[in-house]
Design a protein around this ligand. Sequence first.
Ligand SMILES: [Zn+2]
Length: 280
Amino acid sequence: MGARRKRAIGAHVPVGGGLVKTGVAEGDAIGAEVLQIFLGSPRGWALPKVDDEAAERFREECAARKWPVYVHASYLINLASPDSDAVKRSVEHLRAALAASAKVGAAGVVVHAGSSINGDRDAALGRLAATFGSVLEDAPDSPRLLVEPTAGAANAMAWTFESTAEYIDAVGIPEVGLCLDTCHLHAAGEALADRRELNASLKSLDAAIGAGRVGLVHYNDSKDPVGSRRDRHETLGEGVLGDEGLASVAAAPLLKGVPLVSETPTREHDVAHAKELDRT
Ligand SMILES: [Zn+2]
């Protein structure tokens, strides 16, 4: 037996058959200690909503198991878009996601950092503070908003540690946190397996935006080489990132206690594997 673990490890679970009936049951089946869910189609614009009674039951079941819950907002949201209609729709959608997530007792809501679309990064950075301000306006008890850097496809606003620090600095709201995805960082070209380099990068991130900003880690392996800028998750330990890269992230002192959530179809394997890596 290794040292006792002090962080929650779990997975993104489906809830299509019901929050409790499918979501909690799957969490139990895979040994999860934390859940991530969708509260609506991740590829659609239908506003996320949740039945009050179902939300209450889910909240109680998760609380009884001491599971923190995170909600992933729609992939279509782009808070960095140059198109004001797209931004308006994104803000409305994210506000609805925060409200629905509060009902299920979520600790955080994950939203992708988005894209400038036209490559004008400076203009997009300049709009972020106002846009995030309107997302969080009059929403004092909402779960923590967690920005997730992406794999770095064309015109991505946050992918490397450096571009992410710049993004969060431009948002300028201390309550806004980060969700780091190991597959995305690897795709962005970050050498996660190099423990010295990883810890130095995390230290610079803290120095730039303040400590304690990382609220969640998406713990995925990658099918593609470092720097590929491709977002293809792989079963933990079976990808290019591998156990070395994954264990390095789990061991990073600046990520101590931050929950790890895998986002692959191989949930049961990944939760067990992550628990093992977290002990090494
Ligand atoms: Zn992710």
